[in-house]
Design a protein. Structure first.
Length: 128
């Protein structure tokens, strides 16, 4: 088990995602900001190439195309599958800044059966 939102957890989840299907041309850089965590905000980022996460690190990524900001409690609910990320966005619980077209290009991935299974598998190795 890995503690959620640690580098160890990001590394482990990236390894788990290696089996996801390649999606040529689906490339993006995403910055996540989780606010209100104990000890302050938690920043991490993903670099996606051809639909696969090739880099997943704590910290800030200069020039990220998309920034997603959400509160700690809502982030836990999304991670646990108790709150749909799309619903959270519609309810104003997730703020998205940056290239919305690029963000929309990622939706087929997040709605795929493979990604949904990956989320379940990640939940099993996550300690909150």
């Amino acid at each position: 088990m890995s503690k959620w939102l640690t580098q160890e957890w990001l590394d482990e989840t990236q390894r788990m995602a290696e089996g996801q299907p390649e999606r040529p041309g689906v490339n993006a850089t995403l910055q996540y900001v989780v606010t209100g965590a104990e000890g302050g905000n938690i920043d991490y980022y993903w670099v996606i190439k051809d639909g696969k996460i090739v880099e997943s690190k704590l910290g800030k990524l200069e020039g990220a195309e998309i920034t997603l900001t959400l509160g700690y409690a809502d982030a836990i609910k999304v991670q646990k599958g108790e709150l749909d990320a799309n619903a959270a966005f519609m309810q104003g619980k997730v703020k998205i800044d940056g290239n919305m077209g690029k963000m929309m290009s990622l939706l087929p991935i997040t709605n795929s059966p493979e990604y949904k299974q990956l989320q379940k598998d990640i939940l099993e190795i996550t300690e909150f």
